[in-house]
Design a binder for this molecule. Structure first.
Ligand SMILES: Cc1ncc(COP(=O)(O)O)c(C=O)c1O
Length: 426
């Protein structure tokens, strides 16, 4: 035994600790302290990692702390550090809001508890007596919210194929206040020319809202084409790990008044996102670019395999040259996304069920945009809240099978589809 004490120079509190300790909150003098102004001009991969986050001003934590507090102490009467109550604002959520706004190229954002609450925040901007135009094959939950607003609050809604610009212009009414675009649409991956529709909307005095969930800002930036608001279910690609639900509403550059309205609406409705969930989405964003590239690469392989399979009648994927709007996809998008829908030749429910039951790597589940591949049957799952008539109008038949391509090896995904399709009941 020796009484010699080894003093570790890396342990704060030891007399040997060799770093100078300054009060929490002391400004940094090294490079990262000057990083924030670089973010707007940085490349997308850099923005994904750094937008909205700086080492924490108190202790320098490299990942933002989760400010898991409902309320914030005032420093003096009517004096605080910018936050008073977490429904209205929270530093962790603010970091995520800034990150999403930077990635979308918008003025600012407000983050919500789910994608549906983002939809509800945007719809609540409409004055009484409004009319809204909506993508005919929108997400089933959006359809349900619009139908509720129609029945409960007298919102007038017209669903139409927004690719038909003449029909869009003709559907405009003096009280049309909003055009709701989902492009690519869910689940048929039809595209809308955002620039053309936003121009019609602007001329008619309506706001253009784009639900950008299916592509994320990595593959589509609607503000470039004149959108006023972008909506996300961050549950999907932005978070990317199927472990959180969340949403965001982003306002276009220069639209400060609109930003303040969406922020106030989120606070008023009580739909703001929890700090912990905001943290998870912020963590997901760091790999968004890498994940989107992998999702798309897999989707290209799977779509081409399905397009060449004799048992498959139709493949819906904007990355295929055969997609009727492939040229628009190339012009408007920075990639084709990771969603692929298909229909078997000669619809039979038992054959559809066989595919849904026999896939191994594709999990039969709602949702999309996670690292793992999912398969869904829109008619009975994601779009079950549409009436059969609305599904028929949108072309969502009982035979449509939707795939969310994860980031697994595409060879494994194709082999899985092959084993399912090669054993279809006769
Ligand atoms: C395009 C789109 N928008 C909005 C939503 C709603 O998002 P959430 O499920 O996070 O409420 C979804 C959900 O699937 C969606 O696919």
């Amino acid at each position: 035994m020796t009484d010699e004490v080894h003093l570790d120079s890396n342990v704060p509190g030891n007399p040997a600790y060799h770093f100078t300790i300054v009060p929490a909150g002391t400004p940094g003098r090294v490079g990262w302290a000057q990083r924030a102004p670089l973010v707007p001009g940085a490349g997308l991969a850099t923005q994904c990692v750094h937008a909205g986050v700086q080492p924490d001003p108190a202790y320098g934590a490299v990942m933002p702390p989760i400010y898991q507090s409902s309320t914030f102490a005032f420093r003096d009467v009517c004096v605080n550090a910018g936050y008073d109550y977490t429904r209205s604002g929270n530093p962790t959520r603010a970091a995520l809001e800034e990150a999403i706004a930077v990635l979308e190229g918008g003025m600012g954002a407000t983050c919500t508890s789910t994608g549906m609450s983002a939809v509800i925040v945007a719809l609540n901007l409409l004055p009484t007596g409004s009319h809204l135009l909506c993508t005919v094959d929108c997400y089933g939950g959006t359809f349900r919210a619009l139908e509720h607003a129609r029945a409960a609050y007298g919102l007038q809604v017209s669903y139409l194929d927004l690719a038909d610009l003449r029909a869009v212009a003709a559907a405009f009414r003096p009280n049309t206040r909003m055009v709701w675009i989902e492009t690519p649409s869910n689940p048929l991956l039809r595209l809308t020319d955002i620039r053309a529709v936003a121009a019609i909307a602007k001329a008619g005095g309506a706001l253009t809202v784009v639900d950008n969930t299916f592509l994320s800002p990595v593959q589509q930036r609607p503000f470039r084409f004149g959108a006023d608001l972008v909506v996300h279910s961050t549950t999907k690609y932005l978070n990317g790990h199927s472990d959180v639900v969340g949403g965001a509403v982003v306002s276009a550059p220069g639209q400060l008044a609109l930003l303040q309205r969406i922020q106030s609406m989120n606070n008023l409705l009580g739909t703001s996102q929890s700090p912990h969930d905001a943290f998870l989405v912020l963590r997901g964003l760091k790999t968004l670019l890498l994940r989107m590239r992998a999702h798309e690469a897999g989707a290209q392989v799977v779509a081409r395999y399905l397009a060449g399979h004799p048992a498959v009648a139709k493949v819906h994927f904007p990355g295929l040259e055969s997609h009727p709007q492939h040229a628009l996809a190339k012009a408007q998008q920075d990639g084709f996304g990771g969603m692929v829908s298909f229909e078997l030749a000669g619809f039979r429910q038992d054959r559809v069920d066989h595919v849904l039951r026999s896939l191994r790597w594709f999990t039969l589940a709602e949702s999309l945009g996670g690292v793992e591949s999912l398969v869904a049957h829109p008619a009975s799952m994601t779009h079950a809240s549409m009436t059969p008539e609305a599904r028929a109008r949108a072309g969502i038949t009982d035979g449509v099978i939707r795939l969310s391509i994860g980031i697994e090896d595409p060879k494994d995904l194709v082999a899985d589809l092959e084993q399912a399709l090669s054993t279809l009941p006769a």
